[in-house]
Design a protein around this ligand. Structure first.
Ligand code: NJP
Length: 237
């Protein structure tokens, strides 16, 4: 490890990109706090991290539940928050149910308030911290089926930019990482050979690590991570 040990809170750590981010920071010797709703998957992550000599504190939590988030994260000193938990239901606007619409807003937008609001006061007190949020190139490259999801990810970028201007004088960095398509179970995908053209979750984890592990005076605020390979039809790449 080249930097001092830090406490890294990763939301949506049970699988996909969040799991890769948690494994990456644990491998680098940091204390990982892993948040998601699925206890069994968090247990597997914790066991994998411990088997490799790292440390992991799992927290079973719905990030859309503001009261539960406030209670769970109270008294936790977080150096780096990775807002990764996200939901995508990609289909035509007229086929979206109100529940699907609401769930994307709850997890992709409203949870940013709950989780970030819970950890920022501690970062202000310690005059150091980093809020790193996973957005999407779908937040600025439009695609059919992305009305709500793309809208929530456009919000992520705008929110992060505004927050960055507010908190940098407190010593807190804000970054947004915008991946292209990643081979995960996102949007009900079953990962298979057809996903070979996509980014791997570890590619995004590497990008997050590069952004987070910059020297104290350096802030990478926005980063797009794209694949060089040809996208399957209908995908932003
Ligand atoms: O998705 P997936 P990814 N409370 O479905 C968690 C963005 N992105 O890793 O609660 C707490 O494999 C869920 O855990 P669980 C995307 O928008 C992706 O691909 O146990 N956690 C699981 O760990 C998102 O922001 C692509 O069900 C909740 C995780 O979220 C991020 O990358 C492209 C939760 C979802 O794992 C990770 O997505 C792109 C809740 N209420 C951006 N609801 C892509 N894959 O192509 C869900 O540009 N989670």
């Amino acid at each position: 490890m080249t930097t001092p040990k830090q406490t890294i809170l990763v939301t949506g750590a049970s699988r996909g990109i969040g799991r890769a981010i948690a494994l990456r920071f644990a491998r680098d010797g940091h204390d990982v706090v892993a948040v998601a709703r699925t206890r069994a998957e968090l247990d597997v992550l914790g066991a994998d991290i411990r088997a490799a000599g790292g440390t992991c504190r799992p927290i079973v939590l719905d990030v859309a539940d503001g009261a539960a988030v406030a209670a769970a994260l109270e008294n936790l000193d977080v150096d780096v928050l990775v807002n990764n938990a996200g939901v995508g239901v990609l289909k035509p606007f007229v086929e979206l149910t109100v529940e699907e619409w609401q769930r994307m807003l709850d997890v992709n937008v409203n949870a940013l308030f709950h989780v970030t609001r819970a950890v920022l006061p501690g970062m202000f007190r310690r005059k150091v911290g980093h809020v790193c949020t996973i957005g999407s190139i779908g937040g600025r490259s439009v695609f059919a089926g992305g009305t709500c999801y793309g809208g929530t990810k456009a919000f992520v970028t705008a929110w992060a930019e505004n927050l960055m201007l507010e908190v940098r004088d407190h010593g807190v960095k804000v970054s947004v990482i915008m991946p292209g398509a990643v081979a995960t179970e996102f949007n009900g995908n079953q990962v298979s050979d057809k996903d070979a053209w996509k980014l791997m979750p570890e590619d995004v984890a590497d990008a997050v690590a590069q952004v987070v592990l910059t020297p104290p005076h350096v802030l990478i605020h926005r980063l797009e991570v794209r694949t060089l390979t040809v996208a399957a039809k209908g995908h932003a790449k």
